[in-house]
Design a protein around this ligand. Structure first.
Ligand SMILES: Nc1ncnc2c1ncn2[C@@H]1O[C@H](COP(=O)(O)OP(=O)(O)OP(=O)(O)O)[C@@H](O)[C@H]1O
Ligand SMILES: [Mg+2]
Length: 331
């Protein structure tokens, strides 16, 4: 089955073609229009998707070396996300499905992130523990089977990616904050500043990142601009180390408690170099298998959406042409 994927929930316009779950093409166009604002501007995101969607889908079909008549179904992100941005992808997917007389299925963006790991790890099978760390989400999920998930912990305030982006902004690191902070931190000493590890000993699997943001803010207020500039990589590395330690400690302890042997980390923040290395070192030492998608498959892409759609279509699921977009994840 060939599935065309479309993703437009935030600031990436993405499309792909999968054949029986294997990537034939995977096109991601990151919108540059937001750079001058230091963050994603929803109205500009919708307009940029509108401009890009046709050419990105066309490119995905061309790179897959098929014609549009060779597509069997379309999977599109329809929740959660920026509603104007989602509507562009959903409406385009519905129109194309209507024209080609093929099924369309609406996919939950986070369920998509959870499936990104299967794209290049074909031998991986549930159950496993899935840490999802992205721009808007941080949660620990027991991936029991396809379509059967149990959340065992989540952030009580900010998402991990949001903390990376806000701390990057405070440090004057340009957009996109998370990946740029990661690069700068590579030259720094992770023990230079002693930032807190909120909820590390909370006795549950929840997270909190808003206090860390405040701790960095308070620390910066006591420094001169010259000191901040001089010690930028040390501050970035220390913040990143604190986040990595929290994520790794909680995840390993959750895997122990659930007696799961495999840990999977997905979502944009799973691209972070220190989180990857610390998780691998710690969890492997304790006897767990750790699997990450490649960094390009951690951040937003359509292949993860198409894979999740393919799994659901195989079960006989599909949406009808009343499919619409929802900003919230509870729907
Ligand atoms: N190398 C990195 N280090 C730290 N953070 C990173 C890195 N790469 C990406 N991120 C962060 O990942 C987030 C983007 O991930 P993703 O695209 O999955 O989020 P989103 O789609 O905006 O949110 P969600 O998936 O929760 O709806 C941003 O917060 C970004 O800063
Ligand atoms: Mg995402």
């Amino acid at each position: 089955m060939r599935v065309l994927g479309i993703e437009s929930s935030c600031d990436e316009t993405a499309s792909c073609v999968l054949e029986d779950g294997k990537i034939l093409s995977n096109v991601v166009s990151s919108q540059l229009v937001h750079k001058v604002f230091g963050g994603v501007v929803p109205e500009l995101a919708s307009r940029a998707h509108q401009k890009l969607v046709v050419s990105v889908v066309k490119q995905a079909i061309e790179e897959a070396k098929i014609s549009k008549e060779g597509i069997d179904a379309i999977a599109v992100t329809n929740r959660p996300g920026l509603v104007g941005a989602l509507l562009v992808g959903v409406n385009f997917a519905k129109s194309l499905a209507f024209g080609l007389e093929i099924p369309v299925i609406g996919i939950h963006h986070i369920e998509g992130h959870m499936h990104s790991v299967f794209l290049e790890n074909t031998e991986l099978k549930p159950p496993f523990l899935n840490l999802i760390v992205s721009g808007g989400h941080t949660q620990l999920v027991n991936f029991i089977d396809f379509g059967n998930y149990k959340t065992i912990g989540k952030t009580v305030d900010d998402a991990c990616g949001e903390a990376f982006d806000k701390v990057a902004k405070m440090l004057g690191i340009p957009f996109p904050g998370g990946p740029n902070l990661d690069k700068i931190a590579q030259a720094g000493n992770p023990e230079a500043c002693n930032f807190p590890r909120p909820m590390l000993g909370s006795g549950n699997f929840d997270f909190s990142f808003s206090g860390m943001k405040t701790a960095v803010k308070v620390f910066l207020e006591k420094q001169t601009q010259d000191e901040i500039t001089k010690n930028l990589s040390d501050i970035a590395a220390s913040f990143q180390e604190a986040v990595a330690e929290i994520l790794v400690t909680k995840t390993v302890s959750a895997a122990q408690s659930l007696k799961l042997k495999t840990i999977v980390v997905t979502g944009g923040v799973a691209a972070n170099s220190r989180i990857r290395s610390l998780m691998a070192e710690t969890a492997v030492k304790q006897g767990f298998k750790v699997v990450f998608p490649r960094p390009v498959l951690c951040t937003d892409n359509a292949a993860m959406i198409a894979f999740c759609g393919w799994k659901r279509l195989l079960k006989g699921e599909k949406s009808d042409l009343t499919l619409t977009a929802f900003p919230s994840e509870t729907i």
